[in-house]
Ligand binder design. Sequence first.
Ligand code: F6R
Length: 611
Amino acid sequence: MCGIVGYVGVKNASPILIEALKKLEYRGYDSAGIAVLNNDELLVRKAKGALKFLQEKIAKEIIRGSCGIGHTRWATHGEPSDENSHPHTDVSGSIAVVHNGIIENYSILKQKLQGKGITFKSETDTEVIAHLVHYYYDGNLLHAVAKALNQLQGSYALAVICKDSPDTIVCARKDSPLVIGQGNGEQFLASDVPALLEHTRTVFYLNDNELALIKKEGISFFNEELEPIEKTAEHVNWDLSAAEKDGFEHFMLKEIYEQPQSLLQTLRPRIVTGDDGLKSVNLDEIGIDQRYAQTPRVIITACGTAYHAGLAAKYAIEHFARIPVDVDIASEYRYRSPILNPADVFIIISQSGETADTLAAMRMAKKAGARIIAITNVAGSTLAREADAVLFTLAGPEIAVASTKAFTSQLMCVYLVALKFAQLKGTLTKEELHKYIEELEALPAKAQELLQNKEIIQRFAAKTFNKKKVFFMGRLADYPISMESALKLKEISYTHSESFAAGELKHGPIALVDTDTLVVAVCTQSKLFDKMDSNIKEVKARGATVMCITYQDESYFNKTADATVTIPRTYDELTPMLSVIPAQLFAYYCAVQRSLDPDKPRNLAKSVTVE
Ligand code: F6R
C-alpha cells in the first residue's frame, strides 16, 4: 500500500516530508516523490526505487518551501518508474496530487480528458485526478477537488496542492485511511499514524467522503456537500512500533485482519453491471475475451501457498467453466517434460513475482510458445515484467513471511478467472453468474464477521498448541485449504502438520493417529458432510482431538467434533476465501503460545529468489 504525507507550516517542508516517508517504509514501496510550493513555483522531485534515490535528487537540486506533499508508491497501474511515481501534476504544472487507492473508472475519465486535448505523462490512474482538479479550478482549490471527486469511482486518500493557493493542502478520503496531525502553527498529514508521531500526537481521522482544508493556522473539515463539519481531535498513545502495526502485535495478525479490505480491492475493479442490471466479470486487463471460449486446457504453476491457490483454481475452473486444469509445483514443472499446446492458457501465480522456480517454469513455458498470464502482488516484479499479461492481486504489500492476505486475494483472482471462463463458454447463465458475483461481493463483509470469532480460535490454540501432530483434512474445495492450513501451521509454529484429502485417511495416514494428534476437519462441502462425519468418527475412535471448521448455521458436526469454528454461510464452491481464515488465526495463535515470532519464522525468507 502506498503512503501519503503532507506538511504546511513555517519550516522547510522537504526534510520533514522525507523523514515522514521513511516512517512509512515498512509498508513497502517501489518509488517515491515529493512536491513543494515555493512562492509561485511548484517543485516536484520523484525517483524510482528506495527513498535514498529521492534524497540524492533533492540533494542535487535543493528545494525550499514550507508547504508540500509526499508519497511512497506501491505500483498498481503502470510499472515502478520516475514518470509513474507520485506526485502527479496537471497540464499547467500548477497542481500536484498524491493518491492512495484505485480509481476504477480512470480509463473512461482518461479518454474523456484526452478528448479535450490533454496529454498524459504517466500510465497511472492517479494522473486523471490532477487533470480533473485543473479542469474545475476557478480560483478555489477546495471546490475544484470536491467537483473532481464527484467524477471518481473507487477508493482514495488524496492530498492536493496548487501554486495559486499557497500554504494550503486539500485532502479527502474514501475507503483508504487518512489522518491529520495538529501542531502549533504547523499541520501534518499522513496515510498512517507513524509518519506523524515525531511531531504530534493530536490527530483527526478523516471519515469516508470527508474533505479537509489544511492551512498552517488551522484545519477545516467538510462533508461531501462542502458543508463545514466539526471533528474531535484524538490523542495517540501508541509507540512507533505499535503504530506501524496499527496496534496489532504482529504484521501477520494485521494482515489477517486486512483481508476484508484486500478481498474487496481485488474484486471491485473487475466487476461490471450491464444495462440489464446483471453483473459480469471484466478481465480485459489480461485480454481474456471471446477468443478464449475454446480454451482446451488451463495450466497453473506456482510454489508453496501460491500453489495451493492454484489447486483451489482447479476445483473452481473445472466446476464453473468445465475446462480441464493441470496444476504443477514450479520446481517439478521446470525439470520434467511437460506437454504444452499453443491454445492452452498458462497461469503463473506468485505473491512476490520473484520466486526462482516459478520464474524458471514461466520462462520454459514461454519458450515453448505459451502465452503467460501472471497473477502477482508486485508490480514491477520480474514475473510482472516478463509475463504477457498480469492480473494484479492488489492485496497491498505483505510484510509477514507467512502469506495470508496475498493468498486470499490470489483465490479471489482465480475465482474471477473461473467465472470469466464460465461467462465466455456459457456454462453459467447470466443470472447464475450474477448470483455468484453478488456472493463474491458479500465475502469481504463475511470475512469481517468471522474475524470476530478470534477468541474461540485463540482459546482452542491455547489448549492444543502442544500437540505433537496436527493433521488437516478436507474434500473438494476444502482439500487445498487443508494443505494451506497445514503449511501455515508448520512454517510459523514449527508443529509437525500434514494435510490429506479426507478420503485418503484409510490409505495410510490413519496409522499415525493417536491421542497426541489434533485433526482439523474442514467441512464446508455439504454434499460430502456424511463422508466427513465418518472420517471424524474414525480419527476420534483412535483418540484424536478434532476441531471442525464449518458453517455457523450448521449443526451436522456438533456431536462428533470436540470444537467447532464457524464461518458465515456462503455457496460451497466459494468457501476457500473464508475457511482459510480460521486456520491462519489458529497457526498464528499456536506460534504466539509457543513464544515464537510469527513474522520471522526460522529458515524462511519472504522471497525465495534462489533454488
Ligand atoms: C507460505 C509462503 C510460501 C510462498 C512461496 C511462493 O506462507 O509464503 O510458501 O507462497 O515461497 O512465493 P511467491 O508466491 O512469492 O512465489
